[in-house]
Design a protein around this ligand. Structure first.
Ligand code: BMA
Length: 341
């Protein structure tokens, strides 16, 4: 492991990360599986992909940053879950030019299949005041809002609504099921994960806290949902990201992935929260990039006997890590006992 936090001349400021390598999810030997290319709108970075199974293939909607520093969405397809093609030379979606709340563009899409549609939850971002677009990784004062869109066939995306128009929020994920007739969503209002419901996808209930950061640990500073929750025999499998400030020389934080299980029918209740991260930055393309020390998983699909986790690495490229379903279930059986059926 590249221990870039050691050997600093300012030894008093830097400290060891609280947790290092964990192996529940293993990175693909084909990583990084998607990198920037010479198209102007995705030439600087591709990252943070939402994924879903569609017509026997993996559809991937990812964040792309181009020469103008603005974030847009690209679309990639894979037949085997590992090798992706980008047949369309144009962005899948970009923010309308006249939206002052999206001057930095759109970020971090997640895909939720529900009914015959695929919902897209994402962030739109601007600076305040939003007059000079800056790169997303610059230390600009950020304003972020969560948005809900929808596609049926990946030929284009319709925007449904901004989820909480007056609130800074991000990391929204829609559940792939309704609860008592209502849509349900997880969202990050700094620094924790909240639960909201809606009858019509336009008006949302008051946020209810689901999980908060844990001071003094690898998830001390802020947490947010990763991919949309996935149904498992115990309830809902929630992979999430967690941020810890390390005071590293080049970037003062580290993003890792954690695992929790939410109650099947009352998903604001946490049945289990694994004490250690299940995936951490270690590879060079995760440790170094526009923002180093980042794994940011947003896509999770089941292929064969495995979970495929698609993640942004170092905010610059896209990686794949897989876990055997049997290993995840063994961990949960040890933690929770056999699933109640
Ligand atoms: C979060 C988001 C992500 C990004 C991550 C790490 O706040 O902005 O888009 O990948 O930080 O920089």
């Amino acid at each position: 492991m590249d221990v870039c936090w050691k050997g600093s001349s300012d030894g008093a400021r830097w400290r060891e990360p609280t947790v290092q390598s964990k192996v529940l999810f293993r990175r693909s030997s084909d990583n990084p599986i998607l990198t920037p290319n010479d198209r102007w709108w995705e030439s600087r970075a591709v990252l943070n992909p939402g994924t879903a199974l569609y017509d026997g293939r993996v559809a991937m909607v990812y964040r792309a940053v181009g020469t103008d520093g603005i974030s847009r969405f690209g679309l990639a397809w894979s037949g085997d879950g590992v090798h992706f093609e980008r047949p369309d030379p144009y962005p899948f979606y970009e923010a309308p030019i006249d939206d002052p709340t999206a001057r930095l563009g759109v970020e971090d899409p997640r895909l939720t299949p529900l009914g015959s549609d695929y919902y897209v939850t994402y962030t739109k971002a601007c600076t305040a005041p939003a007059t000079t677009p800056k790169l997303a990784w610059e230390t600009a004062p950020f304003r972020v809002r969560s948005v809900l869109g929808v596609t049926r066939d990946f030929q284009g995306m319709d925007v449904i609504a901004t989820i909480l128009p007056d609130t800074d929020s991000k990391d929204s994920v829609l559940f792939p099921e309704k609860f008592a007739g209502r849509y349900a969503l997880l969202i990050r209002e700094f620094p924790s994960i909240q639960y909201l419901t809606s009858e019509d996808l336009h008006t949302w209930s008051e946020p209810k806290e689901v999980m908060a950061p844990v001071p003094g640990t690898w998830e001390a500073e802020r947490i947010g949902a990763g991919p949309p929750p996935l149904r498992i025999p115990w309830g809902w499998l929630l992979l999430y990201h967690a941020n810890e400030y390390l005071r590293l020389p080049n970037n003062e934080r580290m993003y890792r992935m954690g695992l929790a299980v939410l109650d099947a029918g009352e998903p604001w209740k946490v049945l289990y929260r694994h004490p250690e991260p299940i995936f951490v930055p270690e590879a060079p393309y995760e440790m170094h990039g526009p923002v180093g020390n980042v794994v940011f998983g947003e896509g999770l699909v089941e292929i064969g006997e495995s979970y495929y986790l698609y993640y942004g690495a170092g905010d610059g490229v896209i990686g794949l890590a897989t876990a055997a379903r049997a290993d995840v279930f063994a961990l949960l059986t040890e933690a929770l006992g056999g699933p109640a059926r």
